[in-house]
Design a protein around this ligand. Structure first.
Ligand SMILES: NC(=O)c1ccc[n+]([C@@H]2O[C@H](COP(=O)([O-])OP(=O)(O)OC[C@H]3O[C@@H](n4cnc5c(N)ncnc54)[C@H](O)[C@@H]3O)[C@@H](O)[C@H]2O)c1
Length: 269
């Protein structure tokens, strides 16, 4: 391959000077996505309810010679989402990439779920993603891209997390509808369904109420999750963030309305 062909291919994955807004950017997949998008040239605003997490995002970026803006945002509040989009527009005059990574999971069997839990999970996972798509869709121009986070659970549910499972089914379905309605405006909307990735969300399986970590339980849990993959691995936040980059960049120009499954083959649709 000649150098010019090579750079044309790699350039397709760059998001130079594109403006990106990432929710849940203070930890895990959202934080890594903010770093990867900034590394690929975007001007990124990472948002979260977790202020110390946002500080860590900024510090990680600085250590890599990158700059990421951060802003407090609770995605359970539609008006706050709209304000955050307005702030990005005021600062940059454009919004090209939205990544909805904010999310929570409550572990509870179906018969024990109380109304407030269903409400909270829906307000954050479904409502947060929905209203961010809506606010961004109103200002985005052709060539823009939205990436939502659903989960393998939207295909294959498991016991003890019913509110999370149905919220992620909702995210997949809202992704398809936004893709249909925003497609004529040249805006692509996709979701990623990651398999198991170690993050703050998964830490709850081996972290005690006092914050102590059961290292044996952690090792056992990760080994168990890895057996689901024919590769014998679990994913990393970077695996997910690089797929977000493909969907966000021109490398994903022909991809819209899809749920992209990234799970090491643990589940094949
Ligand atoms: N880790 C996995 O194995 C996995 C698998 C499939 C899907 N996902 C999805 O990926 C996304 C990112 O999760 P993660 O694993 O990085 O978890 P994480 O807990 O590490 O990060 C989620 C972030 O969302 C933030 N958040 C929670 N409520 C919020 C709110 N109301 N407003 C704004 N921010 C809020 C948290 O503070 C946190 O920083 C989630 O939607 C999750 O459902 C994760």
């Amino acid at each position: 391959m000649t150098t010019s062909h090579h750079s044309a291919v790699t350039d397709a994955f760059l998001v130079t000077d594109k403006v990106a807004l990432v929710t849940g950017g203070g930890n895990g997949i959202g934080q890594e996505t903010a770093i990867v998008l900034a590394s690929a040239g975007a001007r990124v605003t990472a948002t979260d309810v977790n202020e110390p997490g946002l500080l860590r995002t900024r510090t990680r970026a600085e250590e890599l010679g990158l700059s990421i803006a951060t802003q407090s945002l609770d995605v359970a509040d539609p008006a706050a989402i709209s304000d955050a989009v307005d702030d990005v527009m005021a600062a940059h005059g454009q919004l090209d990439i939205l990544v909805n990574a904010a999310g929570i999971m409550i572990m509870r069997n179906a018969l024990e779920v109380i109304p407030a839990e269903l409400d909270t999970v829906f307000r954050i996972n479904v409502g947060g993603t929905f209203f961010a798509c809506q606010a961004a869709g109103r200002v985005m121009t052709p060539g823009s891209s939205i990436v939502n986070l659903t989960s393998s659970i939207q295909d294959r549910t498991s016991p003890g997390r019913i509110t999370y499972a149905i919220s992620k089914g909702g995210v997949a379905q809202l992704t398809r509808t936004f893709a249909l309605e925003l497609g004529p405006a040249g805006i692509r909307v996709n979701a990623i369904a990651p398999g198991w990735v170690e993050t703050g969300m998964t830490d709850q399986h081996w972290t005690g109420n006092d914050g102590t970590i059961d290292h044996d339980r952690r090792a056992e849990y990760i080994a168990m999750m890895a057996t689901a993959s024919p590769l014998g691995v679990v994913g990393t936040t970077r695996d997910v963030a690089l797929s977000v980059l493909q969907l966000a960049s021109d490398a994903g120009s022909f991809i819209t309305g899809q749920v992209v499954r990234i799970n090491g083959g643990a589940f094949m649709a």
